[in-house]
Design a protein around this ligand. Structure first.
Ligand SMILES: O=C(O)CCC(=O)C(=O)O
Ligand SMILES: [Fe+2]
Length: 352
């Protein structure tokens, strides 16, 4: 895919990527960071309450944040370099998994998508095919892949993980996993999955959240193990709608936890715990607060698809909650678009 183009359109990210939602894993805190003074002013108290007490502790936080900002600024260029190297040198062990075929999908999922495409399809009709986990939280579950496909995909992902290919981090909070677009799985696999099978469902399930107007995504696999990431802090996603598919392997615990939608005041939080069922996917709104409890044994691999609708996010970036300040990016970027006649100016990302 040419830089900044996907299906003939250009996608962008929001400039807040370099200043907002920086995650300090040691203190389990997301912060905004533009400089030392602002950091002290905004976070000294909460950081102290979480154990950042000595001047050295604070210095460490500062250098960690400066490093992360540098990483983010260079990310676009690095991602393009990695993609080019992988395309040229990586030899898949399971080439079949790269191109979506209907037999890879669970029959109920195919039936739900086919039903949703019929002229009189409606929500109550669709709910005959999928499980409602929470009506109020709008969380749904259904089998997505066959067992065989999950096994083949895991074999491919593990082969890639063990190869000496360059690898990016799946997101700002997970350290272990695979970015699907870097591996070349976007165009032949995730895009048709989203367009032909997922969007018919999300159009009925989430009409007010862009479910019928999805036009890009970011897909990645997260891996949890006792010697890597074991859990995931509470957060919301940079997505309108998320699909989280459990791929396996053998594991104990590591349940997902869902709280309320991000706009709901904190003292009213209600929690829902959900085990990971291999081959099944959980659909939720990106703004639904969630996290993952600690894994107790084994390895847990989940495929996460952050689905995006530019018509929604162009009005407000879900991360900084302001109109997006557009910055050039590669591929689907973070899903923002610039429509013709749009008065917004485009900032160029400073690659330092
Ligand atoms: O651990 C999981 O399965 C959830 C991952 C997740 O929420 C995310 O990557 O946004
Ligand atoms: Fe998430």
């Amino acid at each position: 895919m040419a830089a900044s183009e996907a299906a003939g359109r250009r996608f962008f990210r929001c400039a807040c990527y370099c200043t907002e939602n920086l995650f300090l894993s040691r203190y389990r805190l997301h912060v905004r960071f533009v400089g030392e003074q602002q950091l002290r002013q905004d976070y000294a108290q909460i950081l102290e309450s979480r154990g950042c007490v000595t001047p050295e502790d604070f210095k460490e936080v500062l250098s960690e944040l400066e490093l992360e900002v540098q990483r983010r600024k260079q990310m676009i260029q690095k991602a393009e370099e990695r993609k080019a190297i992988i395309a040229q040198l990586y030899k898949p062990v399971q080439p079949r998994v790269y191109t979506l075929r209907e037999p890879f999908l669970a029959p109920e999922f195919v039936a739900a998508a086919k039903y949703s495409l019929t002229p009189n399809a409606n929500l109550s009709g669709l709910l005959r095919y999928i499980e409602v986990i929470s009506d109020e939280k709008k969380i749904y579950r259904l089998q997505i892949f066959t067992k065989d496909y999950c096994r083949m995909l895991l074999q491919e992902l593990e082969h890639f993980e063990q190869s000496d290919m360059p690898k990016g981090r799946p997101n700002t909070m997970n350290n272990h996993g695979v970015l699907l677009h870097e591996l070349g799985l976007d165009e032949p696999l995730v895009t048709p999955l989203r367009e032909q099978y997922l969007q018919p469902l999300t159009a009925l399930l989430y009409p007010d959240y862009g479910g019928g107007r999805l036009d890009s995504h970011r897909a990645f696999v997260v891996k949890y193990s006792l010697d890597g990431d074991v859990d995931l802090s509470y957060h919301y996603d940079n997505a309108e709608i998320t699909l989280n598919i459990s791929l396996g392997r053998q594991f104990a615990e590591g349940n997902l936890v869902f709280g309320d939608y991000y706009e709901v005041p904190k003292d009213e939080m209600s929690y829902l715990e959900l085990p990971n069922l291999p081959t099944y996917g959980v659909l939720h709104r990106g703004g639904q607060l969630h996290g993952a409890l600690p894994l107790e044994s084994g390895e847990r691999w989940n495929l996460i698809i952050w689905m995006r609708a530019s018509v929604i996010r162009n009005l407000m970036c879900p991360m900084c909650k302001k109109p997006p300040q557009l910055v050039e990016d590669e591929g689907y970027g973070d899903g923002f678009t610039l429509e013709e006649g749009d008065p917004q100016t485009v900032g160029l990302c400073t690659l330092t």
